[in-house]
Every structure is written in C-alpha cells, then in structure tokens.
Design a protein around this ligand. Structure first.
Ligand code: CTP
Length: 447
C-alpha cells in the first residue's frame, strides 16, 4: 500500500485545494492530510487566516478525499510524520518546488501542478477590503501603515494630519492626505485614531456620526464616563469601538493570561508592571505640552492592562503618586499607581523621564510569572517556582510588535461586530477611569 502525505492551511477551501487533494490521493492508496495549526501559520507569516483550525479541518474532512487528517504544529514535524506514518510519497503544489527537496532523504517528493487563478489569499482580500483612515501624529502612524501591508483585507485609504507636506513626502502612495477630518471620514469604512488623547472622544463621536468603525489608541477617553459614552454611542450606531494596546494582541501575552487563569502559579496575589522610556522634554516649552503624550496616557494603558485582565476592575482603592514636569501637575514624567483589591494588590510604575527595568512580575501562591523587559512586546516569559528545576520558559514569535495582530483583530472585529474580544469593555473603561483620576488630581500625591 502506497501512503501519501500532503500539507496545507486550507483556508476558505477552494477548487485549487480540491484538485490538489484529488491528485495527491491518486498518487497512492492512502492519503494523510496535514492541516496547519494557527500558531504555526503565524510563524510562517500567514497571520490572517479567516477560518479557525477546526473549521479548516472539518472542511477538508467533508470532502471525503483524505483517509486521515493530522495537525501540523511545529517546524520539522514533516520529517517526524513521514517516519511515524510510514509515508512513501510527500506531495505539495508546484508553488513549493525545491522547498521540500530535503525530504527526499525520507521518502519520494512529488510537486504537483498548482491550479492557476485561485488562492486563499485572493479569496480573503476579495471578501472584505476594509478601507481605513488614520488621524493623528505622523510619527505614530508609520508602524501601523507598514504593518497593514502584511494584512490582507485592509487598505489605508486616507490620512488626516496637521503636517501635510511631511505626510505627502512619507506616504505618497496614500490617495487622500488631508487636514480635514470630516473629509477623511467620508472616504473610509473605519478609522484608526492616534491623535493626542484629549481629542479622542470628539474624534470617536464624529467617526460614529459618519458611520465609521473605530480603532482608538488607548486611552479611549480621558475619563470613565467619557469612555462609557463612547461605547453607548457605538452600540446605538451598531459600530465597533476597539481599544488599541498592541500588547493585548500578542500570542505570548494571551498565553500567559490563559496560563495564569488556569492556576499555574496558584492564586494571583500581586501584579507589578513597569514601563519606561527616556524622552527629552527640555525641547518643549510649557505651552506646547498639551500636545505631547504625558506619561500616564502613553504608558498607563499597557501597564494597567495586565492588572485589570488578571485581577479584574473591581479594586477597593487606588492611589497615584506623580512627579510633574516643571511643576505642571497635568504633565507627569514619572507616575506610580497602587491598587488594593479584596484579596490582592497591584502596582504600575511608568516614566518618560525616569528609567527602570521594564518587567512584568505576577506573584502567586505557588510560583510567579516573569516577563523580561520590554515586557509589553511580549514574546517570551518564564513561570518560576521555589525549586528552580520546576521552572518553565515559553516563547512565541511576535511579528511587528503585535501591531500586525492588532490590525487582524480589528478586521475580525468589524466582521463579527465585536470589538471587545481581546480587551473587554470594562477594562477599556477602567483604563480611562485611571486617566480620569489622574486628571482630577483628588487621588494624586505629587513628588
Ligand atoms: N494549491 C493548489 N492550487 C491553488 C492553491 C493551492 O494546488 N490554486 C495547493 C498548494 O500548493 C498546497 C495546498 O494546495 O499544496 C494547500 O495550499 P494552501 O497554502 O492552504 O492554499 P493557498 O490558496 O496557496 O493559500 P495562500 O493564498 O494563503 O498561500
């Protein structure tokens, strides 16, 4: 009996896949199909596969061509599979010619002709091309624009900024570059807001009026009430409001959350997050500071995220200690926030004129999680115990600092109408709430 094996993602199963599977089956008597797992696809650069692994497996199964279906999860697995399943022939489409010659050592490698004119990528991009406009500071847009090129189904249709000449020089390929936000909203389906936080509420409301979905760089609003109003408006208009904190969309960070929820380190007693970056504020005159992100708005959201996701948002008390720049209370260069929960504590330490070790430590009753600096670009973490031989290390590829995955999540959010899958609404509101407390000043002690 000749045993044949082939691999693929099989997203949005199309006739190219079917033909290939039929040809593969015809090469022998027994066909094994390896369907790639989502994580493995991510490391191969396929980041916005539309269907889940289960859906893709079910679709291949329903064809009735495969005798056996397996999941491909890791680099080098093909060799293992060929040996373990006693495979005689490995086959894939001609788009892979040469790539799998190394398997000749283990079995016969056959490249079958690929069907012309159809691919999952094409189907994905035809399905929904979301036209996104961006409003805000040019320097913050750059990464988003670059990363959007890796995501199909998204097109940056317009930019709104004050510095038009610079924007034209940098992003000449974008069809509309304007300083008129209303004009931008008329051209797009959705908007990414990366302007100064004090403008977010007004710009979100305007976007909703124009029927546009919103991805807003955190904080969404300058107060809890403001944030609530934005969510209510989104609901009323049936539009998506999603908070942009790139950390939330990284695989390693998501895995860490799940691991802690499953009790890996026992009960979580303390979450301590530090985020700092050295910036030179001397160049800014006092009157210019209202246009610059202070420490609490820039670093507060990512640092608060793990606290609220791990301990919830129902803390009993909080206290803020802040170091203002040149005596300007609303412009902090260093801030510390402490939270008291019924059964846990948490703290954030953030700075733009103070440097520290940017780590995240989650302490539990059985062990602790350690995410080294810069933890907000999570790709690696350790679970550590009293006995070091029990320690475990985890690494998950992070491409594009997580922005790429954030864009993928936004496209999905628009498709499904749910913008709160990664960051719950109550968390977005609590983050804006802390910004509000800082601005009110009641809970703040100044250094
Ligand atoms: N395939 C084919 N003809 C096509 C598309 C795919 O023969 N028109 C084959 C591939 O060569 C591979 C298998 O089907 O052996 C699974 O391919 P997969 O990567 O899942 O599909 P693509 O449509 O190529 O996906 P993408 O556009 O995401 O690369």
């Amino acid at each position: 009996m000749t045993r044949v094996i082939t691999y693929g993602t099989y997203d949005l199963l199309h006739h190219g896949h079917v033909k290939l599977l039929e040809r593969a089956k015809a090469l022998g008597d027994y066909l094994i199909v390896g369907v790639t797992a989502d994580d493995f696809d991510k490391t191969r650069g396929k980041i916005n596969v539309t269907q889940s692994l289960m859906e893709r497996v079910e679709a291949v199964k329903a064809l009735g061509i495969a005798d056996e279906i397996i999941i491909e999860e890791y680099e080098g697995q093909k060799i293992d599979d060929i040996r373990r399943h006693n495979v005689d022939i490995f086959t894939v489409g001609s788009d892979w010619v040469g790539k799998f010659d190394y398997l000749n050592e283990y079995c016969t490698v056959v490249y079958l002709p690929r069907t012309e004119g159809v691919s999952s990528s094409e189907l994905r991009s035809v399905r929904a091309s979301l036209r996104v406009g961006i409003v805000g500071d040019i320097d913050f847009m750059v990464k988003f624009i670059l990363e959007s090129e890796y995501v199909n189904g998204v097109e940056i249709g317009a930019i709104c900024t004050d510095d038009i000449p610079r924007a034209k020089k940098m992003f000449g390929q974008i069809s509309l570059i304007t300083s008129d936000y209303g004009e931008l909203l008329g051209q797009v389906d959705a908007v990414y807001i990366v302007s100064h936080p004090s403008r977010h509420e007004e710009q979100i409301a305007q976007a909703f009026e124009a029927g546009c979905h919103v991805l807003c760089e955190s904080p969404v609003a300058m107060s809890r009430e403001g944030c609530r109003r934005m969510f209510e408006l989104a609901k009323e208009k049936n539009l998506v409001l999603m908070e942009g904190i790139k950390t939330a969309y990284s695989t390693a960070y998501s895995r860490l959350l799940l691991m802690l929820k499953s009790g890996k380190i026992g009960k979580v007693i303390s979450v301590d997050a530090t985020c700092t970056s050295l910036k030179n504020f001397e160049q800014h005159k006092d009157e210019e500071l209202s246009r610059v992100w202070n420490t609490i708005t820039e670093w507060g959201p990512p640092a608060l995220l793990p606290i609220f996701q791990m301990l919830g948002t129902e803390y009993r008390a909080s206290h803020i200690v802040s170091l203002p720049l040149r005596g300007q209370k609303d412009f902090d260069v260093f801030t510390k926030v402490d939270f008291l929960y019924d059964d846990a504590v948490a703290s954030v330490k953030i700075g733009k004129n103070v440097k520290s070790e940017g780590e995240l430590i989650v302490s539990g009753t059985k062990g602790y999680a350690y995410v080294p600096a810069p933890w907000w670009k999570t790709d690696y973490f350790e679970i550590r115990f009293e006995n070091p031989s029990d320690n475990k290390r985890y690494f998950y590829q992070l491409d594009g600092e997580g922005i790429r995955y954030e864009i993928v999540a936004f496209v999905k959010a628009v498709e499904t109408g749910r913008g709160d899958v990664y960051i719950g609404r109550e968390i977005t509101e609590a983050i804006s709430g802390v910004i509000g407390d800082f601005t009110d000043g009641d809970k703040v002690s100044y250094i």
